[in-house]
Design a protein around this ligand. Structure first.
Ligand code: PHE
Length: 460
């Protein structure tokens, strides 16, 4: 990316080229959310019906939110807290900015734990453990052991911190340019392989054919959380990125590109993983609802059977690792930006303190599957709790704050003028409808139902 997110100055010198913003936003958007999180949620919460709800949300609400965040960033030239205060200098408005800015603080540490799992599998392929990693119980044994997951987590987070401290974010844009096409190419190959295994057809059907019997309120809750997560929304990132976007760039066009790209990669990941669950485990419901471990238990089975599986495993995990790294860098950079801007800390101080914070919270998440396994928060292990807290509680509030800012403070006319600056704003009606009705109603409903269910008051 051309300029670091998290900048506070009232304006900026822009991205490196016409595609700069799209690439940087795509580098942030494409990550573990697409490859690891989407397939397990889709498998768990209904397959085709989850995909349908997800697509609907991305095209309406997700689209409206990316546009809003980017336009808010571009109008104000600031990152989230500054941007909220720029439009209205009140305590409530500042709180709206803070809730957006705080989300990455919760996500970054546990994101690095998963990054560590990816690194471990990469090392596993390099050292020729292709068959061992495909055996049942391997992953479970691994995450419940203490030292290794913790070690790989520490290596991952240190790598991120070194990049941030070294100020080499410019490399991110370059890495992404090469990484993305190769990632897509490999994902296509692996998914073709996966989909042509005997029994895989049932998985393809499960992924694409919506079955209303698989629908539950959790389908919507999970799909909405995933939409925020995958598109890097409701966490201040797109506001900050927007502050670097050229005044003449067509926001609608860029948004569409990011959405299509991000969703395509998620679906490809679904095609790599879900049919494999049917081919190798006969669509066993327990495997389908495996949650965070799904990618790690199915993908190795695919590679173990495939010719050149070890080589494919290495390339695959290198790519997932890079995708995770670029996203983690953007998460961490946002947190450091918030600390330097709002608390006036130096960059080094902010990075170090944030580093210690991440080490503590991430270690709790990592050890939460092992030695601290008995410690749960409202019935959830630490990592699952952090994921729930950020995606199902904080992000809906953050998104609500953005909708209210657009609707009540800035006003649609001004927003639409900003978005349609140089080219006609085509999906205006969907935009208004999403921000005014769809988003607030569904956000409040989701917030209430996910909190009530977490405390066991209702079961969804
Ligand atoms: N969108 C990223 C993913 O899908 C996660 C992320 C969120 C990265 C927020 C940066 C900021 O993995």
């Amino acid at each position: 990316m051309a300029k670091k997110p998290g900048g506070s100055s009232s304006n900026n010198s822009g991205w490196s080229g016409k595609m700069g913003y799209v690439l940087a936003a795509a580098a942030s958007a494409v990550g573990l959310g697409n490859i690891w999180r989407f397939p397990y949620l889709c498998a768990k919460y209904g397959g085709g019906i989850f995909l349908l709800v997800y697509l609907f949300l991305v095209l309406t609400f997700g689209y409206a939110l990316i546009m809003s965040e980017t336009a808010i960033g571009r109008m104000s030239g600031k990152s989230p807290i500054g941007a909220f205060k720029y439009f209205k200098n009140s305590k409530l408005s500042a709180a709206g900015g803070w809730i957006n800015a705080l989300v990455p603080f919760i996500i970054c540490p546990y994101y690095a734990v998963i990054g560590g799992w990816v690194l471990k599998y990469l090392v596993g392929y390099v050292t020729g453990e292709t068959q061992a990693m495909a055996t049942d119980g391997y992953f479970g044994g691994y995450i419940t052991s203490n030292t290794q997951p913790e070690l790989y987590f520490v290596i991952f987070i240190l790598l991120v911190l070194v990049v941030i401290l070294g100020g080499v974010q410019n490399g991110v844009e370059r890495v992404s340019k090469v990484m993305m096409p190769v990632l897509i190419f490999l994902a296509v190959i692996v998914s073709i392989y996966s989909c042509t295994r005997p029994g895989a057809v049932e998985g393809i059907k499960y992924l694409f054919i919506p079955n209303i019997h698989n629908f539950s309120i959790m389908t919507v809750v999970a799909a909405m959380g995933q939409m925020f997560y995958s598109l890097s929304l409701a966490m201040g990132i797109m506001i900050t990125y927007g502050s670097y976007v050229d005044k003449h760039q067509d926001l609608e066009d860029s948004t569409t590109k990011i959405e299509i790209f991000d969703t395509l990669i998620a679906i490809l990941a679904g095609l790599m993983i879900i049919p494999a669950v049917f081919a190798f485990n006969g669509g066993d419901p327990e495997t389908l609802s495996a949650g965070p471990s799904l990618m790690f238990i199915t993908i190795p089975k695919v590679f173990a059977e495939m010719g050149f599986g070890t080589g494919a495993g290495i390339v695959f995990f290198v790519l997932v690792f890079l995708a995770a790294l670029t996203s983690a860098i953007s998460l961490c950079e946002t947190c450091v930006g918030t600390l330097t801007n709002e608390l006036g800390w130096s960059r080094v101080k902010a990075t170090l303190i944030f580093g210690v914070f991440s080490l503590i919270l991430g270690s709790a998440a990592s050890l939460g599957y092992g030695v601290w396994g008995d410690f749960t928060i409202i019935g959830m292990q630490v990592l699952d709790f952090l994921d729930f807290l950020s995606n199902s509680v904080m992000m809906p509030i953050a998104a609500l704050a953005i909708c209210l800012l657009v609707w009540r403070v800035i006003g649609f006319d001004k927003m639409e003028e900003e978005i349609g600056r140089d080219s006609a704003f085509k999906r205006k009606a969907i935009y208004r409808f999403s921000i005014k009705y769809l988003a607030p109603v569904s956000l409040v409903a989701i917030l209430i139902s996910s909190v009530l269910s977490a405390f066991g008051i209702i079961s969804i």
